[in-house]
Ligand binder design. Structure first.
Ligand SMILES: CC(C)(COP(=O)(O)OP(=O)(O)OC[C@H]1O[C@@H](n2cnc3c(N)ncnc32)[C@H](O)[C@@H]1OP(=O)(O)O)[C@@H](O)C(=O)NCCC(=O)NCCS
Length: 224
């Protein structure tokens, strides 16, 4: 499984692969993609399909997940989650909100998704220096992993801050041996302090990089 081992066991995860059946959309969901192109409708429906299965894994009935004005999913009261898709896969994670769980972030990317020419837009100087010190054969997928980690942290923090971030807002450190990444905000973003370190996990699997993290309700910077 793509997300196996990346999140705590009380968080339900589900994955979908192109060609697998899709669950029907609720009206409130279908309205959001009524005028979308086919591939966008399919990825949206795949995300809702995964989320339905994750709810069922938690012992709950499937529930609608409308789209917020900011495109973030609106999770049912008392629950939080995250969705990501690549061209061939979709993943979702859903958990019950608690003091230990306020927000979830997941992201999946084809492991060659990011062109090296985009490194200067995505990476801070220290991230580029680190990539350049890695074996050339690994550099593109590590660049993609840094991109994925930033997207994952972005989705996870958004539920708490409602803030749009640029790539320069976060510094990512990957540890390929342990599969742990850390993210440091480059400026204060309440409730996070700058230099506060958030921790997530990543893995390379089936030609993709997958990243995942959670944030608790309190002390969101004390996750090391
Ligand atoms: C939201 C965003 C991260 C999605 O990334 P993506 O690679 O296009 O697509 P993914 O498949 O990984 O994720 C898309 C899903 O993220 C979720 N999503 C969208 N906006 C979100 C938000 N603000 N907060 C949390 N989740 C969000 C949705 O579930 C969406 O799928 P859906 O529309 O089918 O429901 C990206 O489009 C974006 O807006 N980025 C903001 C700028 C940025 O990346 N900054 C760098 C981070 S520091």
């Amino acid at each position: 499984m793509l997300l196996t081992g990346l999140l705590a066991s009380d968080i339900a995860t589900c994955e979908w692969h192109v060609g697998m059946p899709l669950a029907p959309l609720y009206d409130v969901e279908a309205r959001s993609v009524r005028s979308a192109v086919d591939c966008r409708r399919q990825e949206f429906q795949a995300g809702r399909t995964c989320a339905r299965h994750a709810f069922m894994a938690l012992g709950l009935q499937p529930q609608p997940i409308p789209v917020g004005p900011d495109r973030a999913p609106i999770w049912p009261p008392g629950f939080t989650g995250s969705i990501s898709h690549s061209k061939t896969y979709c993943v979702a994670a859903v958990g019950r909100c608690s003091p230990h769980l306020a927000s979830i972030g997941v992201d999946i990317e084809c492991d060659d998704a990011v062109e090296p020419a985009l490194a200067s837009e995505i990476c801070l100087p220290q991230e580029r220096d680190w990539i350049e010190r890695q074996p050339p054969i690994d550099q593109r997928r590590l660049l993609t992993a840094i991109f994925s980690a930033k997207e994952c942290v972005y989705k996870c923090q958004y539920g708490l801050t409602g803030t749009l971030l640029g790539f320069e807002a976060l510094s990512i450190e990957l540890n390929p041996d342990s599969g742990v990444f850390s993210a440091v905000f480059q400026r204060p973003l309440p409730p996070f302090s700058n230099a506060g370190r958030l921790v997530g996990r990543f893995r390379f699997v089936h030609g993709h990089v997958v990243t995942a993290m959670i944030l608790p309700l309190s002390n969101p910077t004390l996750l090391v």
